[in-house]
Design a protein around this ligand. Sequence first.
Ligand code: 48F
Length: 264
Amino acid sequence: MQTINIKQVDEIKISKYILKYTFEDWNNIIDSDVVIVGAGPSGMTAAYFLAKEGLKTVVFERRLSFGGGIGGGAMNFHKIVIESPADEVLKELNIKLQKAEEGIYIVDSAEFMAKLGASAIDAGAKIIHGINVDDVIFREDPLRVAGVAVEWTSTQMSGLHVDPLFISAKAVVDATGHDAEILSVASRKIPELGISIPGEKSAYSEIAEELVVNNAGKVAPGLYTTGMAVCEIKALPRMGPIFGAMVLSGKKVAEDIINDLHNS
Ligand code: 48F
């Protein structure tokens, strides 16, 4: 039987390399162009288009996986519905589509998650897991959101009193889904921004998709939103396991940020 020789490495060297390269990354992302909160479908699509444009983009995700609501599909069934023109984005990412009828496509949730995440990373975005964003940084004159406060999810879950680290960004994107966590904290703690959170409405899929896409974008200077968080802030209906608007609102917010940063 053939013996396979494996390079030997001790525990201390493993630990040293992990620390060295982790801190290299953190020193780099500490002043980012764009911070995206949430690695669901809208956040990862936004990350893909922003990184592709050459912007320093980091996605903080509180879980140890990415995909947000993609993996759960509808009641855990592994198929997801995508409608045109979102299929064009999925084709660009090499995700297989089954045509159900003209303009309506079916996608496997695992393939959608994996390829969307891989595409964002290949385009240059950093996705950092296990990080909870619990606040923003703001500045006056002019009033704007200027970054986020981050903490380990495990620290947050433990309830320990630990101060966060801060990351600066020219644009912060709330892609946290139904809870719109970043918009909520900003509306509560910086009332001068004038953000109110009326909450989403019950399902009305036919109209919800287009409304989400067209309302994604800037909420206040430096603060943007995409995906289901848009429903929270604009009182729009939910739509269930159809994901075209998640993809297209991610693309829309990326285009708005690219436009704003290029014109600033
Ligand atoms: O919920 P999620 O998938 O948001 P989305 O991109 O997509 C919504 C759809 O999945 C589905 C739907 C479509 O019709 O209704 O629900 O709008 O992904 C949000 C991600 O954000 C993470 C959360 O773990 C999830 O992966 N997240 C939420 N709050 C925080 C956070 C936070 N404070 N810090 C870091 N991550």
